[in-house]
Design a protein. Structure first.
Length: 271
């Protein structure tokens, strides 16, 4: 575990695997923390990659910035973290909100990207209805805390059948959600409500792109992944069977196989 003060916040992160390996930066979603990526960090570091998994500001052990935190703030935090680690370019990947931060990172710092991994995410800007929902949810989390919300969404974060079939995974995901500071979660919700439309920038991406989606994701279904795939015609797409919104947690072996295959075939000189 490491911590660094960056851009007015303390950012905690793990830096695993050989320092000479191809850097892979993995960005968790809302309302989780870097331990969401533990199965991937283990598999990638064992395969010789250098894996950086930060807690976003407001999540995990990182410092909280109340109010409103934009996806651009998260992206610039990550660029500053790469600067601190003397990493010029990395494979950048994220799940859900982390996927949107990945797209924002590519938009703001395109020269720092070797490849993109977009898991269970969506490219369009928020709708008016979605903006209202996220702001109401932010108010609620500040008033009530995370427990009620966590219980309500667990069967959407995971495929509903996995909540009962995989109690250990469900408990790990619930524990992450419950441990999140409501101020950090609310700030990210308010910022994410105002996100730009990434359909404008994705067609210009020339680096390799892996799109991953759980076959039974209800938040960002396969159709959302297919829409991104159409925007980035040279992308690779993997649909993970028996998984919902967090296939890296629900089916880590299948997710890791798709990720390692993508890295070894698309970036073979770095593997």
């Amino acid at each position: 575990m490491n911590a660094i003060d960056l851009r007015g916040a303390t950012i905690d992160y793990d830096d695993l695997g050989p320092s000479t390996g191809l850097p892979v930066l993995l960005i968790h979603g809302h309302p989780f923390n870097r331990t969401l990526w533990a199965p991937q960090a283990r598999a990638l570091s064992e395969a010789g990659y250098r894996v950086i998994t930060p807690d976003l500001r407001g999540y995990g052990r990182s410092g909280v910035t109340p109010g409103k935190v934009f996806l651009s703030d998260f992206a610039d935090d990550l660029a500053a973290l790469l600067d601190h680690l003397a990493i010029e370019r990395a494979v950048v990947g994220g799940v859900s909100m982390g996927g949107q931060i990945t797209m924002e990172f590519q938009r703001r710092h395109p020269g720092r990207v070797h490849a993109l991994v977009l898991s269970d995410t969506s490219a369009p800007a928020e709708t008016e209805e979605g903006r209202e929902f996220r702001n109401r949810l932010a108010d609620r989390l500040l008033a009530e805390g995370m427990d009620g919300y966590a219980g309500e969404v667990i069967d959407k974060m995971l495929a509903a059948y996995n909540v009962t079939a995989m109690p250990d995974v469900a408990e790990r995901v619930l524990a992450m959600m419950r441990a999140t500071d409501p101020r950090g979660a609310a700030a990210a919700l308010r910022g994410r409500a105002e996100r730009p439309d990434y359909r404008d920038s994705l067609p210009a991406v020339r680096e390799p792109v892996l799109i991953v989606v759980g076959a039974d994701d209800v938040y960002t279904p396969v159709a959302d992944a297919e829409a991104i795939h159409r925007l980035v015609p040279h992308a690779t797409m993997a649909v993970i069977k028996d998984a919902g919104h967090l296939p890296g947690a629900e089916q880590p072996e299948r997710f890791n196989a798709a990720l390692l295959d993508f890295l070894s075939t698309q970036l073979p000189t770095h593997g």
